[in-house]
Design a protein around this ligand. Structure first.
Ligand SMILES: [Zn+2]
Length: 271
């Protein structure tokens, strides 16, 4: 599933190919994504120049005069740039034709992705208005996270995965960040010191930055003639390593369910 680093990698990958280009037309082959693609989207986009491409959480925001196209990759979505015409496959649901013969193609086998439009301030859109700060921004800091955790009984792992608290900390990154921070994932969020929250904040930022850096090596995949961009493989310390030796101390990595999500940790290194 595309997480924040994959979405940021996608943004960086497609930006140089679409920024400043004019949208010539939108070709929708399958409008039934997570929500139906709005009927007026073609009218809203055609003839408009792409002014900006940014990211908020896992949403990609393509700004044109008069509004913003909001794209979410869902469970299995991907975007890629095609420089030469290539017939659409069964999961290639949307094509955005741009000036200069560039095509931005959206592929989504499971159709949990989204293509939506807003003409108002994008931060006021219902999907974005209640999101917490960006994890890599200065607004996400020790003070903020410690204050947000006050009197919370929820376990720290679901707490940091809550998008109202901070966006973009998916299951893989929550597991990895807590391992690096040496904090047990089931520990109550309200019972962690300010100092330890400082370590958690640093760990979250660093696992995301490492993942984005790794994504940089796959950027060329966004301009390709075949297949979809392969999301990068990562060097994970806990995730999916049940019973394998902890890379720090050698004890077997344990797996539990926490907030309905698979949770991996070292019982010796994390407390
Ligand atoms: Zn260990």
């Amino acid at each position: 599933m595309p997480e924040l680093p994959e979405v940021e990698t996608t943004r960086r990958g497609i930006e140089p190919h679409i920024l400043g280009k004019t949208i010539q037309r939108l070709e929708i082959r399958q409008p039934r994504l997570r929500w139906p693609i709005p009927r007026q989207l073609n009218t809203c986009l055609t003839g408009k120049r792409i002014q900006d491409i940014s990211r908020r959480g896992k949403y990609l925001l393509i700004t044109v005069k008069g509004g913003t196209l909001i794209i979410h990759l869902g469970m299995s979505g991907s975007l890629r740039i095609l420089k030469h015409h290539q017939a659409a496959g069964p999961h290639d649901h949307v094509d955005l034709w741009l000036s200069g013969g560039t095509l931005l193609r959206f592929t989504d086998p499971r159709r949990f992705g989204a293509w939506l439009w807003t003409s108002g301030p994008v931060d006021d859109h219902p999907l974005l208005s209640s999101l917490g700060p960006e994890p890599l921004s200065d607004d996400f800091n020790t003070e903020y996270l410690h204050l947000s955790a006050q009197k919370r009984k929820v376990a720290v792992k679901p707490f940091i995965m809550n998008s109202h608290i901070v966006v973009g900390v998916g299951n893989i990154y929550a597991n990895e960040a807590l391992f690096r921070a040496g904090i047990h994932p089931a520990r109550s969020a309200g019972r962690i010191s300010r100092q330890r929250y400082g370590v958690i904040v640093t760990s979250i930022k660093s696992v995301l930055l490492v993942a984005i850096d790794h994504g940089g090596t796959t950027l060329r995949d966004f301009v390709s003639g075949e297949g979809s961009p392969g999301y990068f493989k990562q060097n994970l310390l806990t995730y999916g390593r049940t019973d394998a030796p902890c890379k720090n101390c050698g004890a077997p990595i344990r797996e539990i369910r926490l907030g309905q999500r698979s949770t991996f940790y070292c019982g010796r290194c994390q407390h």
